[in-house]
Design a protein around this ligand. Sequence first.
Ligand code: 9MG
Length: 278
Amino acid sequence: MVNTSPFIEKSINNAAPQIMGILNVTPDSFSDGGKFSQIDAAMYQVEQMINDGAEIIDIGGESTRPGAKDVSKSDELLRVIPVLKAIKQRFNVLVSIDTSKAAVMSESIEHGADIINDVRALQEPECLTVVAQSDIRVCLMHMQGQPRTMQENPQYEHLIQDIKDFFVGRIQACKNAGIIKNRIILDPGFGFGKTVAQNYQLLAQLSQFSVLGLPLLSGTSRKSMLGSLLNREVDQRLSGSITTAILAAQQGAAIIRVHDVKETIDAMKILQETANYS
Ligand code: 9MG
Protein backbone atom coordinates (compact mmCIF):
# COMPACT_ATOMS: atom_id res chain seq x y z
CA MET A 1 0.00 0.00 0.00
CA VAL A 2 1.49 3.36 -1.04
CA ASN A 3 1.19 6.34 1.32
CA THR A 4 -0.73 9.38 0.14
CA SER A 5 1.53 11.26 -2.21
CA PRO A 6 2.65 14.74 -1.18
CA PHE A 7 4.45 15.04 -4.53
CA ILE A 8 1.37 14.44 -6.64
CA GLU A 9 -0.71 16.73 -4.45
CA LYS A 10 1.91 19.47 -4.79
CA SER A 11 1.92 19.28 -8.57
CA ILE A 12 -1.88 19.21 -8.78
CA ASN A 13 -2.41 22.11 -6.38
CA ASN A 14 0.36 24.17 -7.90
CA ALA A 15 1.80 24.52 -4.39
CA ALA A 16 5.45 25.26 -3.65
CA PRO A 17 7.78 22.46 -4.64
CA GLN A 18 9.42 20.34 -1.96
CA ILE A 19 13.10 21.02 -1.54
CA MET A 20 15.45 18.05 -1.70
CA GLY A 21 18.79 18.82 -0.02
CA ILE A 22 21.88 17.17 -1.50
CA LEU A 23 24.09 15.17 0.86
CA ASN A 24 27.14 13.81 -0.92
CA VAL A 25 28.94 11.11 1.03
CA THR A 26 31.86 10.58 -1.30
CA PRO A 27 35.28 10.55 0.48
CA ASP A 28 36.08 14.18 -0.39
CA SER A 29 32.70 15.51 0.84
CA PHE A 30 33.63 16.25 4.45
CA SER A 31 37.17 17.56 4.33
CA ASP A 32 37.33 19.34 7.71
CA GLY A 33 40.85 18.26 8.59
CA GLY A 34 39.51 15.39 10.70
CA LYS A 35 37.75 17.58 13.34
CA PHE A 36 34.46 15.64 13.16
CA SER A 37 33.73 12.04 12.27
CA GLN A 38 32.17 11.62 8.83
CA ILE A 39 28.84 10.76 10.44
CA ASP A 40 28.89 13.79 12.78
CA ALA A 41 29.76 16.07 9.88
CA ALA A 42 26.99 14.59 7.74
CA MET A 43 24.43 14.89 10.60
CA TYR A 44 25.41 18.52 11.14
CA GLN A 45 24.77 19.22 7.47
CA VAL A 46 21.47 17.31 7.50
CA GLU A 47 20.24 19.18 10.59
CA GLN A 48 21.07 22.47 8.94
CA MET A 49 19.25 21.52 5.73
CA ILE A 50 16.17 20.43 7.70
CA ASN A 51 16.19 23.64 9.75
CA ASP A 52 16.48 25.56 6.50
CA GLY A 53 13.35 23.83 5.15
CA ALA A 54 14.45 20.71 3.25
CA GLU A 55 11.73 18.05 3.25
CA ILE A 56 13.84 15.39 1.55
CA ILE A 57 17.55 14.53 1.98
CA ASP A 58 19.20 12.90 -1.04
CA ILE A 59 22.18 10.76 -0.03
CA GLY A 60 24.68 10.04 -2.80
CA GLY A 61 27.70 7.73 -2.49
CA GLU A 62 28.65 7.66 -6.16
CA SER A 63 29.66 10.79 -8.04
CA THR A 64 27.69 11.14 -11.27
CA ARG A 65 29.58 14.19 -12.51
CA PRO A 66 30.78 14.08 -16.12
CA GLY A 67 33.97 12.00 -16.19
CA ALA A 68 33.36 10.45 -12.75
CA LYS A 69 34.76 6.96 -12.16
CA ASP A 70 32.60 4.00 -11.14
CA VAL A 71 32.39 3.08 -7.44
CA SER A 72 32.27 -0.53 -6.22
CA LYS A 73 29.12 -1.89 -4.61
CA SER A 74 30.90 -2.46 -1.28
CA ASP A 75 32.35 1.06 -1.17
CA GLU A 76 28.98 2.58 -2.00
CA LEU A 77 27.24 0.54 0.70
CA LEU A 78 29.88 1.57 3.26
CA ARG A 79 29.34 5.21 2.41
CA VAL A 80 25.56 5.30 2.24
CA ILE A 81 24.06 2.87 4.76
CA PRO A 82 25.60 4.23 8.01
CA VAL A 83 24.51 7.74 7.03
CA LEU A 84 20.99 6.59 6.17
CA LYS A 85 20.72 4.77 9.51
CA ALA A 86 22.00 7.79 11.42
CA ILE A 87 19.50 10.13 9.72
CA LYS A 88 16.60 7.78 10.37
CA GLN A 89 17.61 7.48 14.08
CA ARG A 90 17.81 11.24 14.59
CA PHE A 91 15.43 13.03 12.24
CA ASN A 92 11.91 12.83 10.90
CA VAL A 93 12.64 13.57 7.27
CA LEU A 94 12.15 11.80 3.96
CA VAL A 95 15.36 10.21 2.72
CA SER A 96 16.15 9.50 -0.89
CA ILE A 97 19.06 7.33 -1.99
CA ASP A 98 20.88 8.31 -5.15
CA THR A 99 22.05 4.98 -6.55
CA SER A 100 21.87 2.74 -9.62
CA LYS A 101 22.91 -0.48 -7.88
CA ALA A 102 20.32 -3.07 -6.89
CA ALA A 103 22.26 -4.09 -3.76
CA VAL A 104 22.40 -0.51 -2.51
CA MET A 105 18.70 -0.05 -3.29
CA SER A 106 17.84 -3.24 -1.43
CA GLU A 107 19.82 -2.41 1.75
CA SER A 108 18.59 1.18 1.69
CA ILE A 109 14.98 0.05 1.47
CA GLU A 110 15.62 -2.31 4.41
CA HIS A 111 16.94 0.61 6.46
CA GLY A 112 13.99 2.91 5.85
CA ALA A 113 14.75 4.85 2.65
CA ASP A 114 11.68 6.64 1.30
CA ILE A 115 12.73 7.19 -2.32
CA ILE A 116 15.21 5.62 -4.74
CA ASN A 117 16.71 8.31 -6.95
CA ASP A 118 18.19 6.52 -9.96
CA VAL A 119 20.00 8.49 -12.64
CA ARG A 120 19.88 5.29 -14.72
CA ALA A 121 16.10 4.94 -14.31
CA LEU A 122 16.17 1.31 -13.03
CA GLN A 123 17.88 0.02 -16.19
CA GLU A 124 20.72 -1.77 -14.35
CA PRO A 125 20.33 -5.49 -13.50
CA GLU A 126 17.80 -6.41 -10.80
CA CYS A 127 16.84 -2.80 -10.04
CA LEU A 128 13.27 -3.07 -11.30
CA THR A 129 12.79 -6.26 -9.27
CA VAL A 130 14.21 -4.81 -6.05
CA VAL A 131 12.07 -1.67 -6.23
CA ALA A 132 9.00 -3.68 -7.24
CA GLN A 133 9.36 -5.78 -4.08
CA SER A 134 9.04 -2.62 -1.96
CA ASP A 135 6.39 0.08 -1.78
CA ILE A 136 8.68 3.12 -1.88
CA ARG A 137 8.85 5.78 -4.55
CA VAL A 138 11.36 5.98 -7.35
CA CYS A 139 12.73 8.88 -9.34
CA LEU A 140 13.44 7.87 -12.94
CA MET A 141 15.99 10.25 -14.45
CA HIS A 142 16.82 10.61 -18.12
CA MET A 143 20.47 10.34 -19.10
CA GLN A 144 21.96 9.87 -22.55
CA GLY A 145 25.08 7.69 -22.26
CA GLN A 146 27.03 7.16 -19.05
CA PRO A 147 28.63 9.74 -16.72
CA ARG A 148 32.18 9.03 -17.96
CA THR A 149 31.40 9.95 -21.58
CA MET A 150 27.93 11.51 -21.64
CA GLN A 151 29.05 15.04 -22.49
CA GLU A 152 31.16 14.03 -25.51
CA ASN A 153 28.55 14.50 -28.24
CA PRO A 154 24.97 14.34 -27.02
CA GLN A 155 22.52 14.11 -29.90
CA TYR A 156 18.75 14.09 -30.11
CA GLU A 157 16.30 14.00 -32.95
CA HIS A 158 13.74 16.05 -30.99
CA LEU A 159 14.99 16.73 -27.46
CA ILE A 160 11.69 16.95 -25.58
CA GLN A 161 9.94 14.20 -27.53
CA ASP A 162 12.95 11.85 -27.20
CA ILE A 163 12.96 12.31 -23.42
CA LYS A 164 9.17 11.88 -23.25
CA ASP A 165 9.49 8.64 -25.24
CA PHE A 166 12.17 7.45 -22.83
CA PHE A 167 9.87 8.16 -19.88
CA VAL A 168 6.95 6.34 -21.50
CA GLY A 169 9.21 3.29 -22.03
CA ARG A 170 10.48 3.33 -18.45
CA ILE A 171 6.99 3.82 -16.98
CA GLN A 172 5.88 0.77 -18.98
CA ALA A 173 8.92 -1.24 -17.79
CA CYS A 174 8.02 -0.29 -14.21
CA LYS A 175 4.42 -1.31 -14.76
CA ASN A 176 5.49 -4.67 -16.21
CA ALA A 177 7.69 -5.24 -13.16
CA GLY A 178 4.88 -4.37 -10.75
CA ILE A 179 5.72 -0.74 -9.90
CA ILE A 180 2.51 1.25 -10.13
CA LYS A 181 2.47 4.68 -11.72
CA ASN A 182 1.81 6.69 -8.58
CA ARG A 183 5.14 5.56 -7.12
CA ILE A 184 7.06 7.25 -9.94
CA ILE A 185 8.71 10.68 -10.12
CA LEU A 186 10.22 11.83 -13.44
CA ASP A 187 13.37 13.88 -13.95
CA PRO A 188 14.68 15.08 -17.35
CA GLY A 189 18.26 14.98 -16.05
CA PHE A 190 19.81 18.39 -16.54
CA GLY A 191 23.46 18.00 -17.50
CA PHE A 192 23.25 14.27 -18.14
CA GLY A 193 24.13 13.89 -21.83
CA LYS A 194 22.90 17.34 -22.88
CA THR A 195 24.70 20.31 -24.39
CA VAL A 196 24.38 23.71 -22.72
CA ALA A 197 21.79 24.75 -25.33
CA GLN A 198 19.85 21.52 -24.84
CA ASN A 199 19.78 22.10 -21.07
CA TYR A 200 18.27 25.56 -21.54
CA GLN A 201 15.73 24.26 -24.06
CA LEU A 202 14.77 21.63 -21.50
CA LEU A 203 14.38 24.28 -18.81
CA ALA A 204 12.30 26.50 -21.09
CA GLN A 205 9.99 23.62 -21.99
CA LEU A 206 9.89 21.71 -18.70
CA SER A 207 6.11 22.09 -18.42
CA GLN A 208 5.70 19.87 -21.50
CA PHE A 209 6.39 16.81 -19.35
CA SER A 210 3.27 17.49 -17.29
CA VAL A 211 1.20 15.58 -19.91
CA LEU A 212 2.68 12.41 -18.44
CA GLY A 213 0.73 13.09 -15.25
CA LEU A 214 3.57 12.44 -12.82
CA PRO A 215 5.47 14.68 -10.42
CA LEU A 216 8.62 16.22 -11.87
CA LEU A 217 11.98 16.61 -10.16
CA SER A 218 14.37 19.28 -11.37
CA GLY A 219 18.09 19.40 -10.54
CA THR A 220 20.18 22.27 -11.87
CA SER A 221 21.97 23.29 -8.66
CA ARG A 222 25.55 24.48 -9.29
CA LYS A 223 25.67 22.57 -12.59
CA SER A 224 27.96 23.36 -15.50
CA MET A 225 25.02 24.64 -17.60
CA LEU A 226 25.19 27.63 -15.20
CA GLY A 227 28.98 27.85 -15.15
CA SER A 228 29.20 27.77 -18.94
CA LEU A 229 26.66 30.54 -19.49
CA LEU A 230 27.75 32.79 -16.62
CA ASN A 231 31.46 31.95 -16.65
CA ARG A 232 31.33 31.16 -12.93
CA GLU A 233 33.20 28.55 -10.92
CA VAL A 234 31.12 26.02 -8.99
CA ASP A 235 31.12 28.07 -5.74
CA GLN A 236 29.85 31.15 -7.61
CA ARG A 237 26.68 29.67 -9.07
CA LEU A 238 24.11 30.50 -6.37
CA SER A 239 22.22 33.13 -8.40
CA GLY A 240 22.10 30.80 -11.37
CA SER A 241 20.93 27.90 -9.20
CA ILE A 242 18.13 29.97 -7.69
CA THR A 243 17.02 31.45 -11.00
CA THR A 244 16.74 28.01 -12.56
CA ALA A 245 14.92 26.69 -9.45
CA ILE A 246 12.35 29.48 -9.85
CA LEU A 247 11.91 28.73 -13.56
CA ALA A 248 11.37 25.04 -12.78
CA ALA A 249 8.91 25.80 -9.97
CA GLN A 250 6.92 28.12 -12.23
CA GLN A 251 6.52 25.22 -14.65
CA GLY A 252 5.15 22.87 -12.04
CA ALA A 253 8.22 21.02 -10.71
CA ALA A 254 7.15 19.13 -7.57
CA ILE A 255 10.66 18.63 -6.19
CA ILE A 256 13.77 20.76 -6.61
CA ARG A 257 17.13 19.15 -5.80
CA VAL A 258 19.59 21.71 -4.39
CA HIS A 259 22.78 22.33 -2.45
CA ASP A 260 21.67 25.73 -1.10
CA VAL A 261 18.46 24.96 0.78
CA LYS A 262 17.96 28.20 2.71
CA GLU A 263 18.36 30.48 -0.30
CA THR A 264 16.14 28.30 -2.49
CA ILE A 265 13.40 28.21 0.17
CA ASP A 266 13.48 32.02 0.36
CA ALA A 267 12.98 32.21 -3.41
CA MET A 268 10.11 29.69 -3.25
CA LYS A 269 8.39 31.69 -0.48
CA ILE A 270 8.46 34.80 -2.64
CA LEU A 271 7.11 32.85 -5.61
CA GLN A 272 4.30 31.39 -3.49
CA GLU A 273 3.32 34.69 -1.91
CA THR A 274 3.20 36.34 -5.33
CA ALA A 275 1.14 33.45 -6.75
CA ASN A 276 -1.46 34.10 -4.01
CA TYR A 277 -2.26 37.45 -5.68
CA SER A 278 -2.14 36.46 -9.33
C1 9MG B 1 22.34 12.44 -8.43
N1 9MG B 1 21.95 13.56 -9.25
C2 9MG B 1 22.77 14.53 -9.74
N2 9MG B 1 22.05 15.38 -10.48
C3 9MG B 1 20.77 14.96 -10.46
C4 9MG B 1 19.58 15.41 -11.03
O1 9MG B 1 19.55 16.47 -11.82
N3 9MG B 1 18.46 14.72 -10.79
C5 9MG B 1 18.47 13.61 -10.02
N4 9MG B 1 17.31 12.97 -9.82
N5 9MG B 1 19.58 13.13 -9.45
C6 9MG B 1 20.70 13.79 -9.67
